[in-house]
Each structure stands twice: as C-alpha cells, then as structure tokens.
Design a protein around this ligand. Structure first.
Ligand code: TRP
Length: 453
C-alpha cells in the first residue's frame, strides 16, 4: 500500500534539515546584495520600516499558507494546485497559479545566476589582492571595468549555472541538505565579523541613522511596492519554491514555528548586511543609491583596509556564492520537478534543460550591464525590467493568489488540520491575516503604484 503521508520525492531527514533548507532558500543575494542597494535607492529608514511590516503582516502568513499548500498537495506546484483544487472543489484555473510560479522562478534564476557570478569573480579578485588598500575610487573602477566585459560575466554566469544544475541533479537529500547545512552558519559568522569592522569606522552612526531613522518624506508609492516585492523575494515566496519545500516536510512538524524561525533568520541577515554596508558607504563617501554595484563597491574597501582582510574577503565571497547556490536550487526546483512529473524526463535531463534555458535568458542580463545598456524599455534595461516584473508584480500576485486560495477556497477544516496550531486564537489570527490583511495590502500597494490611489 502506498504511504500517503509521504511525498514521492522522499522527505527531509528532520525538522532541522527543513529549516536549514528553507533558510538556505530565503537567505541569498536578496539579503546581502539586493536589500542594501534598494534600501539605498529608496531613502533608508522609512523603507526599512515598511519592509519589516510587509514581512510580518504579509510575508509570514503567506509563507505559512504556501508551505501548507505544498505539504497538502505533495507534488510540483501545478499538480499540487490541481490536487488541492479537486479537494476544495474550486475553479480549475487555479492550476495556472502553479505555472505562473514556475515561470517567475525561472525568470529570477536567469539574472540571479549572473549576479552570483559577480560574487564568484570577486572571490578571485579578493584572492589576488585586488582590494589591497583600495579606496572608493579604486573599488568603483574595479567594478565598472569588470561589468563592462561581457566575456567575464558570461564565464562566471556559466560556472554558477553549471554548479546549480549539478547540485539539483543529485536530488533532494544529498544535494540540497548537505550543502546548506554548513554554509549558513559560516556566512553568519563572517557577517558578524564585518559588523565589528564597520563599527570601528567613522560613519557607523550615520549608517545606523540612515538604516533606522524613518524619514517618511522619502517614501513614495513605488518604494512601498518595492518593499513589498522585496519581502516576497527575500522570503522566496509566491512562486512555488516554498510549496515544493513544503511537499518534503514531514506531517508532524509545526508549520508556524518553522516559518517564524526562517523569516526571522532571513530578516536578521538582511539587517546585518545593511548594518555593514551603510557605515562603509558614509565613511568612504560613497553614494547610498549606487544601485546593483553597491556591495561590490563598498565591501572591498573594508577587505582592503582591515587586518586579515585578504582572507576574510576570500571567505566572504565564497560564502556569498554558497548562499546564492542554496537559493538558486530553490528557484530551479519547481521547473525541474514539473519537467520530471509532467513531461516524464529524468532528473538529469530536466536539470540540463531548465538550466540551459535559464542560462540563455541570463545573457539578456549580462548585456544589460554593457553592450545593451543603452537599450531600455520605459527607461529600464532588460535586467531591470525582469527584476521589476518578477519581484514587484509576479511574486506579490502569486502571493495574493496563494492567500486567496488558502483563505477562501480551501476548506477551513483542511487548513486548520494542516497548520495544527495549538491555540484556536492563533488560527483565527492567521485566517484573518490571510483573508483580509495580506490580500488588501497587496491590492492597495498595487493600486497606489499604478497611480490609481
Ligand atoms: N530568497 C532568495 C534571496 O533572497 C531568492 C529566492 C530563492 C527566491 N527562492 C525564491 C526569490 C523564490 C523568489 C522566489 O536571495
């Protein structure tokens, strides 16, 4: 007889392994590369505050919902939605939620791999002493020269994508669990060390002030949308990755507890990154709104001037690549699982095809920083466009759909059973957030961003 409690792909060896993998998916370039640079572009404190509210009121409830849908459906996102929909007797179109998620993950992976490639290149730069005694002018020149070269970007993008494919090919328990387990704690330790350095710089308090003092005059409708999008991006929500991971989650594990732990760890790492970057920005006279190059222009100054900076620089960028890998495997997994389960491909074949396609699309991002930088649509390069559409539209809309499905379509008896919250009140709070607050927030933010409100 088939054990219906188990997903077909096997299960996480323990709750700890699930937490590590989910944290691995959540913590990545979104925290260390993206959070600081969009915080800089959106004026600091007020943006950070809105971001934190989005995580708390929208991100956590939706993350619980997405994990729950995954654990109940136990398949790739499309079939999960089909299964759950049959159970709830809902509208058949819910399956497109699964497809949209697969596409979003795929689009994100295409540029994610390029940026992760930058981190790879910086391992070598750190190793060969390129940061030695560097000042702001030197690190900016180093970065500008680097991204001006399509061949270098393509090389590192390729290395990263191949690494992602190799890990995913080895399957859930071997590939994912083992690699994530030791990377996360190391990264965290290095960030603390960098924070200690940042505290010795003269711009530390200015950095703190920028990050935590909310100046609401700097907040626009667009920044609120970006903050919401970042909550989804950073937690890895709204595209089925969490759903897939939920499918591997044993029945007896508490979804609420694990979600809160993962969200807290994710937020902590993002704030830590901000605490390291902004003091350096102000100490060395850099521009907080420098854009996607921000960490590549600031951190090398620290590594070039702190004792032992050579070694820490090498280690930091290695860890960043690892953090990115544990996220990229989550981004590609929905597409791979779908190719295996719906198209009958072997895992190897599925990985090769999904990886190759994402690699090809990634070239658009590569050229956005050099040959095609003049090619813009509504003032955005292709990279900016893909990033903007996925993070600020596809993920929140996916999240909205998840919230509506979990809150309104799925039978409360089923969500209650699956979440198994110890107190009825806890379930009511979740239900209230997922039915009203999360959908309303996403909806209002959209209306405001497109200028209706
Ligand atoms: N959360 C990861 C980061 O912050 C990126 C990521 C992984 C992701 N899985 C995702 C983003 C799913 C959106 C959707 O770097």
């Amino acid at each position: 007889m088939m054990d219906t409690n188990k997903s077909q792909h096997g299960e996480w060896s323990s709750r700890f392994a699930f937490i590590m993998a989910a944290t691995g998916s959540a913590v990545g370039l979104g925290n260390i590369w993206k959070f600081p640079y969009i915080t800089g572009e959106n004026g600091g404190g007020a943006f950070v505050l809105v971001y934190l509210l989005c995580v708390l009121l929208v991100g956590i409830p939706i993350m619980m919902a997405e994990t729950m849908l995954g654990r109940r459906g136990r398949k790739n996102p499309i079939d999960t939605m089909i299964n759950l929909n049959t159970e709830a007797a809902g509208d058949a179109n819910w399956r497109y939620l699964g497809s949209a998620g697969i596409i979003a993950g795929f689009l994100i992976l295409s540029y994610y791999s390029v940026i992760a490639g930058w981190a790879g290149a910086y391992v070598i730069k750190a190793f060969t002493g390129s940061f030695f005694s560097a000042d702001a002018t030197a690190t900016k020149a180093l970065f500008d020269n680097f991204i001006a070269s399509p061949m270098q970007l393509i090389f590192w993008h390729t290395v990263f994508m191949v690494a992602t494919m190799l890990i995913v090919m080895r399957g859930i328990s071997h590939g994912l669990e083992k690699s994530v387990r030791f990377m996360m704690p190391c990264l965290f330790g290095l960030m603390i060390l960098l924070l200690a350095y940042a505290m010795t710089t003269k711009g530390y308090f200015q950095g703190l002030h920028f990050l935590f003092y909310p100046d609401f005059s700097k907040l626009t409708g667009k920044s609120v949308l970006v903050a919401l999008g970042q909550a989804f991006f950073s937690l890895g929500l709204g595209m089925g990755a969490v759903m897939i991971y939920g499918a591997y989650l044993p029945k007896e594990v508490s979804i609420a507890k694990t979600t809160v732990i993962v969200a807290a760890a994710d937020t902590l790492v993002a704030l830590l990154a901000g605490l390291v970057i902004f003091p350096l920005v102000f100490s060395y006279g850099l521009n907080p709104s420098a854009g996607p190059g921000l960490i590549f222009e600031t951190l090398p100054i620290a590594f070039g001037n702190m004792p032992g900076g050579w070694l820490f620089g090498v280690l930091f960028f290695i860890m960043l690549v690892f953090a990115a890998l544990s996220s990229s495997i989550a981004l590609i997994e929905p597409a791979v699982t779908w190719l295996i389960e719906c198209k009958g491909l072997s895992r190897e074949q599925a990985c090769v095809r999904a990886g190759l396609a994402a690699w090809g699309l990634g070239l658009a991002t590569v050229f956005s920083f050099n040959s095609w930088s003049g090619f813009t649509i509504f003032g955005n390069t292709l990279f900016e466009l893909i990033d903007y559409l996925t993070a600020n539209f596809m993920l929140p809309l996916g999240g909205l759909a998840i919230a509506v499905f979990a809150g309104w379509v799925m039978k409360p008896a089923h969500s209650q059973e699956e979440l198994a919250l110890p107190e009825p009140l806890h379930y009511q709070i979740w239900q209230w957030l997922i039915r009203y607050i999360a959908p309303a927030a996403v909806f209002l933010v959209f209306l405001h961003a497109i200028g209706v409100l």
